[in-house]
Design a protein around this ligand. Structure first.
Ligand code: B12
Length: 212
């Protein structure tokens, strides 16, 4: 990894906000892909998570790291990195974090990318109960659902959401995709979802696959 990229990962991991923002701005100016900058920040946050797990950081560090990422997202928006396309005619996608999970940074990145690719995103936010996901799918006629799951206690709610779709008889009409740090092949299989990934761009690939 080039030194400038490594410095950004480290600045995020060390919670050096000003430095991280400055480095991100510089990388963009030098022509780095916005998604590359997102990925470097994600790695920085992953390291924050590791340090938290090892008890080298406290909860305040998680909060701070989230704010740093938000700052970088604002910067990317100001630079017009992910312009939203008009989506009135676009395919609808329901998005949210399952009940029990309040992490929304990754979900917001997915939402932004989808809008940038012309999808109509119904973002239900965080802590979304299974029934609310179902209601949104039925009301909007969306044929895709994306859940962003970062913590293991939210697994149950993911499983329950897929069951709710089954019970209502709409499961086979809806592409269910999982993402976020706690998404895995195991969870995908266990819940009976269709696809999972830790890469935001895959949301678009999954949706394109659905059309084909
Ligand atoms: C920032 C942060 C917070 C912030 C969140 C701020 C916010 N607005 O989101 C705050 C402070 C609120 C927080 C709270 C907590 N957190 Co926290 N947090 C993190 C941290 C450091 C970063 C998460 C993040 O935003 N990453 C960056 C984004 C960009 O990555 P991402 O979500 O994976 O998204 C990418 C892809 O996965 C993909 N993607 C995301 N969604 C989707 C969806 C689809 C469909 C697709 C295809 C792709 C996709 O796109 C993104 C870009 O590529 C992680 C560490 C980690 N390793 O993840 C811990 C972490 C997730 N938190 C953790 C914990 C324990 C907590 C708390 C319980 C702490 C506490 N004691 O209160 C609470 C839980 C609150 C709750 N009920 O949800 C643990 C979870 C452990 C577990 N497995 O259960 C982690 C892993 C830290 C750790 N190592 O212990 N946290």
């Amino acid at each position: 990894m080039p030194a400038a990229e490594e410095r950004l990962v480290r600045a995020v991991a060390d919670l050096e906000e000003e430095r991280a923002l400055g480095l991100a701005a510089r990388l963009l100016r030098e022509g780095r892909e916005p998604l590359r900058v997102v990925e470097l920040c994600r790695r920085g946050l992953q390291e924050v998570g590791e340090r938290y797990r090892r008890r080298e950081y406290y909860l305040s560090a998680l909060i701070m790291s989230g704010e740093i990422f938000r700052g970088i997202m604002t910067l990317l928006e100001e630079e017009g990195a992910f312009p939203a396309r008009s989506a009135e005619e676009g395919e609808a996608v329901v998005l949210g974090a399952p009940l029990g999970d309040v992490h929304d940074i990754g979900k917001d990145i997915v939402a932004m990318l989808l809008r940038c690719h012309g999808y109509r995103v119904l973002d239900l936010g965080v802590n979304v109960a299974p029934r609310r996901f179902l209601d949104a799918l039925e009301e909007s006629g969306a044929r895709a659902l994306g859940m962003s799951v970062l913590i293991t206690p939210a697994y149950e709610s993911v499983v329950e959401t897929v069951r709710e779709l089954e019970r209502s008889g709409v499961r086979s009409e809806v592409l269910v995709m999982l993402g976020g740090g706690a998404a895995s092949r195991r969870l995908c299989e266990h819940a009976g979802a269709d696809a999972w990934s830790n890469d935001a761009m895959d949301a678009i690939r999954f949706l394109e696959g659905m059309k084909g």
